[in-house]
Design a protein around this ligand. Structure first.
Ligand code: PLP
Length: 396
């Protein structure tokens, strides 16, 4: 059989996720891996699970193991809507669509909205998983210019002036991969621009709740509601294995997303949704989230301090107030993919930054570091090792 000839055109466009290959090396014994992008297992509220499970069995047993509505378990939609409203993003429970991770929303958006050659504007660099979700539908990507404060609004305006754009995809808060956050003046500017051009924007916000310092910023959705699909997830504040994300979208779009989701999985897992409902309405999330923040804050400080102490002067890095990542830029001409092999030989792994660019020739001198998976002491050791590798192998 020639299996290759069976592939649909869109599947031919799918490539092995290069980061997954990197992660294989990164998980070798003895390696300190700053390559992952996942929550620390000790952030999961394991001690609550039995109690949550008891509450599910006592109150939602009939629903938790049965087929459910595509839109999601009504009490969870209600709980998420009130949580969002309390955070300044007004939502009714009918506005919320539950999905299988936020990745599930990204996939549904791609399937619903993208035709071949549609233009999608993305931050440069951007979240690789979004590209993986969109690319099968054959869009053309338009990279938007970013700096330490996130997307540069003028870059968005120039892009929208130049051609029709199907939608803009942004991770405005503690972005993956850079850890950068779109400042308040820029949020206002971006909201005005998308309203002026009548452009749809997808706001992906998996990290907004993981804030270790500074004041929260308004979601773009709250500044330009009709123009924005807001995506959230329980992966970083509960447990990613439950695969629970959600979106708040303008009604017409939400109805299409529901149709598309029906064809994919009918609905997201009922048991997960019932468990999450209890986690939210029983006040467990409000009690547990500060613990997650207390776990990650010192790790974030440790990595940023270690970089300041050990890294060469001609390196530049982001100073995130939350999230899971620090973005490092070496001098132009450095090739972090080449140096990766040396770093691994010395027992420390990272992700070369070029994978996060739609034009992969860019960003060769950049890398992404995760700080949630190791304690402060280990992070310090990893950064010292890495600084040494950069110094020894840094030339062009
Ligand atoms: C920016 C961004 N969006 C979406 C996701 C997917 O998260 P999940 O599907 O677990 O909600 C991630 C995961 O790391 C992410 O970094």
């Amino acid at each position: 059989m020639n299996y290759q000839s069976l592939l649909a055109r869109r599947t031919q466009r799918m490539h092995v996720n290069a980061i997954r290959e990197i992660l294989k090396v990164a998980s070798q014994p003895g390696m300190i891996s700053l390559a992952g992008g996942i929550p620390a297992p000790e952030s999961f509220p394991l001690e609550l699970m039995a109690e949550l499970n008891d509450r599910v069995l006592a109150t939602h047993a009939a629903h938790a193991f049965q087929y459910g509505l595509t839109e999601g378990f009504p009490p969870l939609r209600e709980a998420l809507a009130s949580r969002l409203s309390a955070k300044g993003l007004p939502a009714r429970s009918d506005d919320v669509l539950i999905s299988s991770g936020s990745q599930g929303v990204l996939d549904a958006i791609g399937k619903t909205l993208i035709s071949p050659r549609d233009r999608i504007a993305v931050e440069s660099p951007t979240y690789l998983g979004a590209l993986q979700a969109f690319t099968p539908y054959e869009p053309d990507y338009l990279p938007l210019v970013c700096d330490d404060e996130g997307l540069i609004p003028d870059s968005l305006e120039e892009t929208l002036q130049g051609q029709p754009v199907k939608f803009v995809y942004l991770v405005p808060t503690f972005q993956n991969p850079t850890g950068r956050t779109l400042s308040l003046p820029r949020r206002r500017a971006v909201a005005k621009i998308i309203q002026r051009y009548g452009t749809l924007l997808v706001e992906d916000d998996p990290y907004g709740d993981l804030r270790y310092e500074g004041a929260p910023l308004p979601a773009l959705k709250s500044l330009a509601s009709e123009n924005v699909i807001y995506i959230g997830t329980l992966s970083k504040i509960f447990a990613p294995g439950l695969r629970l994300g959600y979106c708040v979208a303008p009604e017409a779009i939400r109805n299409w997303l529901v149709l598309v989701k029906q064809g994919v999985d009918l609905h997201s897992g009922s048991y997960s949704q019932a468990l999450a409902t209890e986690y939210l309405i029983g006040g467990y999330l409000d009690r547990h989230l500060p613990r997650i923040i207390d776990l990650y804050r010192p790790r974030k400080e440790a990595i940023v301090n270690a970089l300041a102490q050990s890294f060469p002067n001609d390196f530049h890095w982001s100073r995130p107030e939350g999230g899971m990542f620090v973005w490092v830029e070496g001098p132009e001409g450095m090739d972090m993919r080449r140096i990766y092999a040396r770093a691994v030989e010395n027992g420390v792994a990272y992700v070369p930054g070029q994978f996060f660019f739609v034009d992969q020739d860019r960003g060769r001198h950049t890398l992404r570091l995760n700080f949630t998976m190791a304690d402060g002491h280990t992070l310090k050791r990893a950064i010292d090792l890495l600084a040494d590798v950069m110094q020894r192998h840094g030339e062009g």
